[in-house]
Design a protein around this ligand. Structure first.
Ligand SMILES: [Fe+2]
Ligand SMILES: [Fe+2]
Length: 490
């Protein structure tokens, strides 16, 4: 009978494997940590120093200043924590952007006081953060910027604070989903109009009466000019978003869609110089997109990442099976498994070079090495075994890293399944196709390729099902290229 302790250990192991593995955020250098801490300290000082500027300073004033200072420092730390949780790949430049925006906002509050509408101060940065770092980070930023006022909040109309919170919350939620610059422009027109109407209803009518014409027009004139200022600042922000994208490495939805344009020079080159790879890429896009939709991942990211994943094959297109016409294979001519393995690894290294040259954002460039992970180059490893050559297994493995996100892991699985599904008989049943998909996915799992990807067992099941759905959809119009059982390398 099984020992209860080892049974519990096994149970614990399987339980942990079935849960979402935690992905650790990327490390930030000490100097960057120091700069971020300094910015947070300055934010805390400018948010709380006015508590010390009272006549006849007492010990209780110093105490309340200390509490206020610590409070702001704590919420800055909380903001960084939220942003790192939402974006495990967030870098120090992006954290610097979030904290610097908060610093600028607190400075503006100090300089202009209640004279400047909080709408114009808080809504535009919320748009930048939601576009570049997601809705949750933007919402956390908005709540901190709305709560922390250097001057007494009594000076500002409470309805105006409420309208600011609603408008910036609206911008944060929509900003994280907006997929084109045109929608951004619409947002920058409709939000100020909404702010104007709600201010007119909640503030304009509350403080003035129609009978008092002078007050009525001056207040509504101010509401109008505040909303106009908000519209102008939002439009300027939209103009500057591409600059923020390039300086801080932000990856907005609009940028992703621009990169996914098949008329981009690099993609055009792929379709001309490596048509087989281009076809393979398009099929993989379909597989990966469906699987990502099924598990609720980032569809735009996976679509764009798939387009560029094999861009490195441009360095030697005819060395890859999908670009060969079946007549001559350069691998047979050199007849050296080590050299062939180097050519395969080069499609990753050259791909990264193409990514750098074409300034592809890091989350897209990550698809290039991670889609191959540390997979075995089985075909050439067998060749080396057949030739009885001396080798280490690592000579015939890609250098990695293994997929670090769900999206790159899906691409790896789609990449493996595409060649096998393409090579399958046109009359194969759904059961046979699912068996093939499961075999490939399980082999990747057992090889430890999915260990850092955050994919749960349930999600892997859904991915397999979605691959089968795509296979069912495309099999009637698929094109078969010469792929035999043992040379489905990619
Ligand atoms: Fe590849
Ligand atoms: Fe590929």
């Amino acid at each position: 009978m099984q020992n209860p302790t080892s049974f519990l250990k096994k149970f614990n192991y399987f339980w942990k494997r079935s849960q979402f593995p935690e992905q650790g955020p990327i490390q930030i250098s000490t100097i960057d940590k120091l700069i971020i801490f300094l910015i947070c300290t300055v934010i805390s000082i400018i948010s709380s120093y006015k508590r010390l500027l009272v006549p006849n300073l007492e010990i209780s004033d110093v105490f309340y200043w200390g509490v206020n200072f610590a409070e702001v420092l704590f919420i800055c730390g909380f903001l960084i924590l939220v942003s790192r949780k939402e974006n495990p790949n967030i870098n120090s430049r992006q954290i610097l952007l979030i904290t610097s925006l908060l610093l600028i906002v607190q400075l503006i509050k100090n300089i202009f006081g209640p004279g400047l509408s909080p709408l114009s101060i808080i809504v535009p940065p919320a748009l930048i953060i939601s576009q570049g770092m997601g809705t949750i980070t933007a919402l956390a930023w908005v709540s901190i910027a709305s709560i922390s006022w250097p001057d007494s909040i009594i000076d500002i109309n409470s309805n105006l604070i409420l309208i600011t919170l609603i408008c910036s919350g609206f911008v944060s939620v929509l900003g994280g989903r907006i997929r084109s610059r045109a929608q951004l422009l619409q947002l920058s027109i409709f939000v100020p109009i909404g702010a104007f109407v709600s201010q007119w209803v909640l503030i304009g009518n509350e403080e003035t009466a129609l009978v008092d014409n002078q007050d009525f027009f001056s207040l509504n004139g101010q509401i109008f000019s505040d909303s106009l200022l908000l519209a102008i600042i939002m439009l300027i922000t939209i103009l500057f978003i591409p600059i923020f994208e390039s300086i801080f490495g932000l990856l907005t939805k609009a940028r992703l869609l621009e990169l996914a344009d098949k008329e981009k020079p690099l993609i055009r080159r792929l379709s001309k110089e490596a048509p087989g790879t281009f076809e393979h890429t398009l099929l993989i896009c379909g597989l990966a997109e469906e699987a990502t939709r099924m598990i609720g991942g980032d569809i735009d990211l996976v679509k764009t990442g798939s387009l560029y994943h094999d861009i490195g094959k441009l360095h030697a297109p005819n060395w890859f099976i999908e670009n060969q016409d079946g007549s001559n294979n350069p691998h047979d001519e050199i007849d050296d498994p080590f050299k062939s393995a180097e050519v395969l690894q080069a499609h990753v290294d050259e791909g990264l070079k193409f990514a750098r040259k074409n300034r592809l954002p890091k989350p897209i460039a990550n698809f290039i090495p991670e889609h191959q992970g540390t997979l075995k180059m089985g075909y050439f490893l067998h060749k080396a075994e057949e030739k009885k050559l001396k080798f280490n297994e690592s000579d015939f493995r890609y250098k990695g890293p293994i997929p670090q996100s769900k999206e790159t892991a899906i691409l790896m699985l789609a990449d493996g399944c595409e060649a096998a599904l393409r090579a399958m008989n046109i009359n194969a049943s759904d059961y046979e196709a699912l068996k093939t998909i499961s075999k490939i996915v399980t082999s990747r799992q057992l090889d430890g390729q999915l260990d850092d990807s955050n994919l749960s067992k349930g999600e892997i099941f859904l991915i397999k099902k979605s691959f089968l759905n795509v296979w069912k959809r495309i099999r009637h119009r698929r094109i078969q290229y010469p792929t035999t059982k043992n040379n489905t390398f990619s």
